[in-house]
Design a protein. Sequence first.
Length: 428
Amino acid sequence: MSIPRLSDVISCLSDYDPDAVPVAQAQQIIRDFVTPIHAVEKLALRSALDRVLAEDIVSPIDVPQHDNSAMDGYAFAGAALEAGASLTLKVVATAYAGNGYDGAVGSGECVRIMTGAPMPRGCDTVVPQEFTREATATAVTIPAGAVKTGDNRRFRGEDLEAGKPALARGRVIRPADLGLLASLGIAEVPVQRRLRVAFFSTGDELRSIGEPLDAGSVYDSNRYTLHGMLTRLGCELIDMGVVKDEPALLEAAFRSACENADAVITTGGVSVGEADYTRQMMATLGEVSFWKIGMRPGRPMAFGRIASNGRSAYLFGLPGNPVAVMVTFYFFARNALLRMMGAQETPLPVLRAESQSAIRKKPGRTEYQRGILSVGDDGIRRVRTTGAQGSGILRSMVEANCMVVLGDSQGTVQPGEMVDVVVFEGLV
Ligand code: AMP
Ligand code: MG
């Protein structure tokens, strides 16, 4: 499949300015440029958890295979029920799940039946045991009005019908899906191969854990948040460490990354006026746009595709600031990576909550404030921010349980005003 050029994607936009890209436009460009990988592997059912289903699954059988009872009770023909009258029936047999009753059930007769047992021939109704009166081994009485015809009967194929789609490809396989596939007797599942993502940090001030922290240096934390986010997304990781700001080292890192991975994520070195070679190397190795996005945190970002020795990879040059890395990952890279994995689009769920305080905000950009969401005794969701919102304050992400998303047109938020929040729980 041919890959579009980034310039073609961008030239379709009438109002594109790399120095002022609205969040929605950046998201759209990324979405239009990124194409899914097509590589399928077959996995044993249990191993398919959290993987992306690569093919539609059509049910090979009816589930359940027979009409069966939804309750422990007595199966009988509902036609015998008379309004306002009780009904006494002779018990002719017992039907167990896995050991049903093959005989016919005549008029005036019933079968003691357990949940899941196939409905005996001639029966269409089950009266639950607890509704009956005077039940003995040989007879039972159904009080007037206890059940109506068809009650407590499950139909053959009511869960899944043979020949009908059971699961659509692109689904991220959840526990319920494992169970559903098992109910179809499917032992091996076609899934997309894992997406390979190479990532490294750039910046001469960065130290790796274990190295001494000399004056002016900081420990590299971005690779760890990225490790966490990418792992949760189900990617195969290639952690390339910290790469010093030297052209030869950067070139080697970028080349190796795009030769071995589907996507490359770097942090740092994309701000304008940075005295480093990162931007330069990205531009040399591929088609990369350098954006100033109308957002806070996370204004500078590079996006495109780089190539080396006939191999290429999508590139996300995230900013260096630790909070900006997480925000740009969640709101730009996450969807793109899911798309590359062949996953169905799953927009982040947005909740509405009442802001507990005023939030200063300038229209014209999107702000992602770290918030603490709670539900009051009155059942109303409320959110407050974590305080200092500097893009270097990673503690704000740790204290928060959600992100307050204030869109482009939003101005200062008044106390009590409703705002959008994206909760972290469930966000990979
Ligand atoms: P930059 O985008 O390279 O200008 O970096 C912006 C800020 O983020 C600077 O204060 C950097 O020290 C900091 N920073 C960059 N990369 C990392 C990293 N990997 N871990 C922690 N802080 C970082
Ligand atoms: Mg830097």
